[in-house]
Design a protein around this ligand. Structure first.
Ligand code: NAG
Ligand code: NAG
Ligand code: NAG
Ligand code: NAG
Ligand code: NAG
Ligand code: NAG
Length: 532
């Protein structure tokens, strides 16, 4: 174990002279680092390693390591994942992976003491429930903790088949949704321990991007997550993609058995495989027909609908008024669909195939969709047009619908659209199609203030500061305008019937308030319906 004995009587915070700091937790003391901006604790275990008999089991709290002190000065490995950098910028991927990956990271202001009661922001990373790493450079919490006087916690959760395989209801089976349970265990860890880091367990903001945002929404609905957080931000959730039912998930499992060299139903055989072998079967299954719904291929693995963890599709939950009412920031980016379409089609999409490609979204409404997004004349490559369809349907319009449903139920909602294409070049050639576009996840470097050595303009720095102010204010008060910082523009709560300018538009040179963002297209998609 990564810990060592220390002959000191430690009560809560001990500032050691050499740039290190010790904080006690329920499971033992942890040694962190004092940076120039914050106190940083990396790789704190919040669960027993989910390996061996604990693979495909609900996570359990860790063993105590007391009286040793846990060395939380170095990052823990990420959860197993292949090809992360092909889909996410490398600043969002782990350099080392292990099935033993349930660790969290904490950043707290430099002068934190256990009596401080700073608000706590808990971040769930994205990556289609297949990729991502909470200790990635882009999520480093030094800037946000320092800027907003908040405690930032980024948490790992099991991803891919190790987090979400569903094989059935027998005791030996894998029951799915373990990644969600990991997230909840981390929230419980926060409730029990964060006060020692200067945080207020009664003031937790849960925020996430993409799959992380979908997770945040699930915790607003799941009966098991009641009371664990008090405000939220849901960034770029693809509400247009439905979760699989158990029956549909069995289609994935059956493919996996065969690809892993096991008989269908032989879970013991799957359990005997290495994480590497499971990962390989997972990659091969991406090409196998495991669902009749083509749209499921945008997120081939992930949460399933089940009573306790994820009882309802998100919009059904809203319509049935089953979403807990916490103030929420909710929004999307200009070109969300681009990464999905270009990730699939790395060569051009000729006009003759355009209409066939439109069929992936909602086969039952093919003619209407084709009329709304007709083949533009003279275009040789239709990927941009198809990306716009994906952006509108999966993100912009489904999120507008969610915002409106929330308003109907009197839930305070702050809506944003992020529309700034970075002025610096794309990090890798794999992502060159995002250059000059506002791809999925493009807001994250600005929100966390982490530009990783890139040359940013003053306008970009200003926009970043504004975003950090809104989000950290929100953690303090549940209102983006009130807290430690005074942003330049007052961001009103979203409403749509009075047609006020109530959508925050993050853009350079200056943020602004807008209305009617792609409303014509969204009115159309509302007639088509989502999720079904
Ligand atoms: C913590 O771990 C790192 C990396 O293994 C090591 O360099 C460092 O010396 C350790 N710190 C202590 C106090 O053991
Ligand atoms: C597209 O992807 C395929 C399969 O991954 C690869 O073989 C091919 O080289 C790629 N083409 C381009 C133009 O990148
Ligand atoms: C950084 O950006 C500024 C302003 O756009 C430009 O003048 C300068 O040359 C850039 N420096 C580098 C190293 O790219
Ligand atoms: C950036 O913000 C600072 C402080 O509000 C302001 O003085 C400056 O003019 C802004 N820069 C630009 C380019 O708008
Ligand atoms: C309201 O939004 C419209 C269009 O989005 C814009 O032209 C107008 O300037 C905005 N008004 C204010 C007060 O921000
Ligand atoms: C949301 O979309 C549904 C169709 O999916 C539509 O019937 C409903 O009117 C929309 N709700 C709001 C509040 O816009």
């Amino acid at each position: 174990m990564d810990s060592f004995p220390i002959f000191l009587l430690c009560v809560f915070f001990i500032n050691l002279t050499y740039g290190n700091v010790i904080v006690s937790t329920k499971y033992g003391d942890v040694l962190g680092t004092k940076t120039d901006k914050a106190l940083q604790f990396l790789g704190i275990p919040f669960a027993k390693p989910p390996v061996g008999d604990l693979r495909w089991r609900s996570p359990e709290s860790p063993e105590s390591w007391s009286p040793n002190v846990y060395n939380a000065t170095v990052r823990a490995p990420g959860c197993p994942q292949k090809f992360c950098t092909k889909y996410l910028p490398d600043s969002g991927c782990p350099t080392e992976t292990s099935e033993d990956c349930l660790y969290l990271n904490v950043w707290t202001p430099l002068n934190a003491q256990n009596s401080m009661k700073y608000p706590v922001m808990v971040f769930l990373h994205g990556g289609a429930f297949k990729w991502g790493y909470p200790a990635a450079d882009v999520y480093d919490g030094n800037n946000i903790a320092n800027h907003g006087e908040v405690v930032l916690v980024t948490v790992a959760y099991r991803i891919g088949l190790l987090g979400f395989l569903y094989t059935g209801e027998r005791k030996a089976d894998s029951h799915g949704n373990y990644g969600l349970q990991d997230q909840r265990l981390a929230l419980n860890w926060v409730r029990e321990n964060i006060q020692n880091f200067g945080g207020d367990p009664g003031k937790v903001m849960l925020f996430g991007e993409s799959a992380g945002a979908q997770s945040v929404f699930i915790h607003m609905v799941s009966p098991k997550s009641i009371g664990l957080f008090h405000s939220a931000a849901v960034q770029s959730a693809p509400f247009g993609i439905p979760y699989r039912t158990k029956l549909q998930a069995l289609g994935v499992a059956n493919a996996i058995y065969l690809l892993a060299g096991c008989f269908i139903g032989d879970v013991k055989c799957l359990r005997s495989k290495s994480a590497e072998e499971i990962d390989e079967a997972q990659e091969k299954s991406m090409l196998a027909p495991t669902s009749l719904k083509v749209i499921n291929y945008f997120e081939p693995i992930g949460p399933i609908i089940d009573e306790e963890e994820n009882p309802l599709q998100p919009m059904d939950a809203l319509r049935q008024n089953k979403v807990r009412n916490v103030p929420t920031i909710l929004g999307t980016l200009k070109d969300e669909g681009r990464m999905f379409i270009h990730g699939f089609l790395n060569t051009s999409l000729p006009p003759v195939l355009y209409e066939a490609a439109l069929g992936i979204f909602k086969p039952s409404h093919f003619f209407q969709i084709n009329k709304e997004y007709p083949l533009p004349s003279g275009e040789k490559d239709l990927r941009d047009t198809l990306s716009q369809v994906a952006t509108d349907y999966l993100f912009t319009c489904s999120n507008r619908n969610v915002s409106r449903l929330r308003v109907k139920h009197n839930m305070e909602t702050y809506r944003f659209v992020f529309e700034h294409a970075s002025d610096y070049p794309s990090p890798t050639s794999d992502h060159s199609f995002c250059e000059k576009h506002v791809c999925h996840a493009a807001e994250l470097p600005y929100l966390f203030g982490n530009f990783l050595g890139r040359n940013v303009t003053e306008n970009e720095i200003n926009m970043s500061r504004e975003m950090m102010s809104y989000w950290t204010n929100f953690a303090h008060t549940g209102n983006p305008n009130n807290g430690r910082s005074v942003p330049d523009i007052k961001w009103p709560a979203y409403e749509y019937e009075n047609s006020k300018n109530a959508t925050m538009h993050f853009i350079t040179p200056k943020d602004e308030l807008i209305e009617n963002y792609r409303d014509d297209f969204c009115d159309f998609w509302d007639t088509v319906d989502y999720e079904k």
